[in-house]
Unconditional design. Structure first.
Length: 61
């Protein structure tokens, strides 16, 4: 029982939330800049545009 309470305190001390989860918008705000940098470094913009275009055609837009 004490072990469970200790884990709860560690999770709360680490990120300020007892549940240890993040809001989805906070998670997206953390990931999107990294994703943009990786797309730029590896030249993925053309691939993303081609994929989005093919999905748009498949959906009839």
């Amino acid at each position: 029982m004490a072990d469970i309470a200790r884990q709860g305190r560690k999770a709360f001390a680490f990120n300020g939330h007892e549940s240890g989860t993040r809001h989805p918008l906070v998670a997206a705000a953390m990931v999107l800049p990294l994703a943009a940098v990786l797309l730029f470094l590896f030249g993925g913009f053309e691939q993303v545009a081609a994929q989005a275009s093919s999905v748009g055609l498949m959906l009839g837009r």
